[in-house]
Design a protein around this ligand. Structure first.
Ligand code: ZN
Length: 415
């Protein structure tokens, strides 16, 4: 690891430690106790009137491993968890909060959650979550991203993780035994991490999943290729878990599907990224990588974002070879997109995307088009455009595979 990497890893570690200590324990989302200020004697200003936090909306995402509940508040609030394991339920008590008349409880048909209800009294709100069987929930607060409210996020694991892990090991062994090339396709974002949003409220996460499924179909027309998706519905997946799927399957390549968005509404075209460990090819690429990486503040939560340093160490070992292959894969996919002539090409670029950090699997990130450009948003909603884009990406991947050396897979199963 060079000095720059070490300094960067230290800085990231420090920032994470700060973030975790600030956010891992249930508690205030931000200092809201205006009463403390009134104790200062010489204060000439009248104390700020406390803002009453209003619970505005709530969502539920049932993933394969956990169900996530998210509550939006109009302002930061103090909250605490009260569990009753014998009754298989817990309450989130939110001080001084009230609920909006428009607040609806989310449908929770899947997963371990049986019912969610909300009650209000003079002291605040009580969100009650009833479970099919007791699982200790994980809870954390998020300050609002731009344009969103402070959020309380509750994760409830599905029981049976050991069985699911065993089933995945069986699936991996089965796929590996076919001797096919393995491509992991990663639909960007998902769940609470919606990604960029178009002027007509088209979500990046939705289009990314649609195109990824089509890439899967197009690639699997080739009998020599098996595809694995990192998510198959609308739920959060931390960035690290996405490339780890590719590593567990000892994949030939990892392809992450995203939609771009620019400050103005005139951004246009497609671009393909591979990893840069140092810096981005230009300022816009750096901003884009920062934006895409920020999804993990939501998806992973505060407790699971800490091994950038390890990635850096591992990367020194195979970095040159894997990045070289990633650049070939990026060129191959972009060439197909250029031949398709649907949209202008913005070229192959490099940026430090967290999702591309596998030290062993060649990885690219495709920004298909600009979802915040009204004309391109219209295209991205069109199944024919999605299909064309998927076909070009699939052609680029197969073109790459024809030249790339096959992955030498170990006989022992990976964890
Ligand atoms: Zn994205």
């Amino acid at each position: 690891m060079n000095h720059a990497n070490r300094a960067r890893a230290w800085a990231v570690g420090f920032a994470l430690a700060f973030f975790v200590s600030a956010a891992v324990a249930p508690g205030p989302l931000a200092p809201t106790d205006a009463g403390a200020a009134t104790k200062k004697k010489s204060s000439r200003k009248a104390p700020a009137k406390p803002v009453t936090p209003v619970a505005q909306s709530m969502r539920s995402y049932a993933g394969p491993d956990a169900t996530r509940l998210v509550l939006d508040l109009s302002a930061s609030a103090n909250y605490r968890l009260v569990t009753d394991s014998a009754a298989s339920r817990f309450d989130v008590v939110i001080d001084r909060a009230v609920s909006s008349p428009a607040l609806e409880m989310p449908a929770v048909g899947e997963g371990v959650v049986r019912a969610v209800t909300i009650g209000e009294d003079a002291t605040g709100l009580r969100l009650r979550v009833e479970l099919d069987e007791w699982v200790a929930p994980r809870i954390f607060g998020l300050e609002g991203e731009t344009g969103t409210a402070p959020r309380i996020v509750i994760d409830i694991d599905r029981p049976g993780q050991a069985e699911r892990d065993a089933a995945e090991r069986d699936r991996i062994a089965k796929v590996l035994s076919t001797g096919r090339r393995i491509i992991v396709v990663d639909p960007g974002h998902g769940g609470e991490a919606a990604g960029a949003v178009g002027p007509k409220r088209t979500y990046e996460k939705t289009v990314a999943l649609a195109i990824a499924r089509m890439v899967e179909e197009e690639l699997e027309k080739n009998a020599g290729i098996s595809v694995v998706l990192t998510r198959t519905a609308d739920y959060d997946v931390p960035l690290r878990d996405r490339y780890r799927v590719a590593e567990r399957y000892q994949a030939d390549a990892f392809v992450s599907i995203h939609m771009n968005s620019a400050r103005g509404r005139n951004g246009s075209g497609s671009e393909v990224y591979f990893l840069s460990l140092a810096s981005a090819s230009d300022e816009a690429s750096k901003n884009l990588a920062d934006l895409e990486n920020a999804a993990d503040k939501i998806s992973a939560g505060p407790a699971e974002r800490a091994d950038d340093d390890l990635v850096g160490i591992l990367f020194d070992l195979k970095q040159t070879e894997v990045i070289q292959q990633s650049s070939l894969l990026a060129e191959s996919v972009l060439t197909q997109i250029e031949d398709g002539r649907n949209l202008p090409s913005r070229g192959v670029k490099q940026a430090p995307f967290a999702v591309l950090k596998s030290p062993v699997v060649p990885s690219i990130l495709v920004e298909c088009a600009f979802i915040n450009n009204p004309a391109e948003e219209r295209l991205l909603r069109d199944p024919q455009f999605q299909r064309d884009m998927a076909r070009m990406i699939a052609r680029g991947v197969t073109g790459y595979l024809e030249k790339a050396p096959p992955v030498v897979r170990g006989r022992t199963s990976v964890n």
